[in-house]
Write a protein that binds this ligand. Structure first.
Ligand code: ATP
Length: 224
């Protein structure tokens, strides 16, 4: 369970999040809202990349302010641009990196890499140079790098923005099949039909919190 207790945050003089209170227990939660409404700032707080100025966030009872290491193990984060996430020259090395830091054995690391690449039809790319992958393949590798860490929650910050229609569809299908709790920021409203809950951000506040069939039309109204 994710508990958001009265969080507020400023950048300079601008208040970008304003007294947000929320409990999240659903499997698939989306965050939508206009540019600059505070979505990414909020999302980055969920795995302790950013600590709220006021208030606190608890993930299964762990405070992001005090338990950074445990939180990052529990909550994976997928960035909009996979180039910000993929740092090693080959797919295999990139996927192994986080698991090595966790102290997992060579056998377990190899097994998880093969499993995740097989699942995404990328096994042939194991020794491939990461910078030569297509945009869609890069995003799948970035997501795979999070999946092999076996987090309980995964936050996706606009995972389809840079992708063509075919790759958008692949990522949409992947989101639908994940076992983890997922929190997805997206401007791609087609992605969200099957979500359990949609939060609409506007000027640092949540102005609608409902099922997609209600929240998405409200967001469209807001953007008129
Ligand atoms: N590190 C930072 N320093 C200063 N201002 C920031 C920083 N990060 C975000 N902001 C500002 O905070 C506000 C909210 O930004 P945020 O990225 O959370 O919005 P968003 O809803 O994710 O927008 P978008 O849909 O455009 O990605 C914006 O005005 C942005 O310029």
């Amino acid at each position: 369970m994710i508990e958001i207790n009265n969080i507020s945050h400023h950048f300079g003089t601008r208040e970008v999040l304003k007294n947000i209170n929320l409990t999240i227990n659903e499997k698939k939660v989306a965050i939508i809202g206009g540019n600059g409404s505070g979505k990414s700032t909020f999302a980055r707080m969920l795995n302790g990349l950013l600590i709220p100025e006021q208030g606190e966030i608890l993930i299964d009872g762990l405070n992001t302010k005090k338990e950074g290491k445990k939180i990052r193990k529990k909550v994976g984060f997928v960035f909009q641009n996979p180039d910000n996430q993929i740092v090693f020259p080959t797919v295999e090395e990139d996927l192994a990196f986080g698991m090595k830091n966790l102290g997992l054995s060579k056998e377990i690391i190899a097994q998880r890499i093969d499993e995740v690449l097989t699942r995404h039809n990328l096994l042939d790319f194991k020794q491939h140079a990461t910078h030569l992958l297509s945009g869609g393949q890069k995003q799948l590798v970035a997501i795979s790098g999070v999946l092999v860490m076996q987090p309980d929650y995964i936050v996706f910050d606009e995972p389809t923005t840079l992708l063509d229609l075919k790759n958008k569809r692949i990522i949409a299908e992947l989101l639908n099949t994940l076992e983890q709790h997922i929190i997805v920021i997206s401007h791609d409203l087609d992605l969200l039909d099957h979500f359990d809950r949609v939060l609409v951000f506007d000027d640092g506040k949540i102005v609608c919190d409902d099922i997609p069939q209600i929240a998405i039309p409200k967001y469209r109204d807001l953007m008129r």
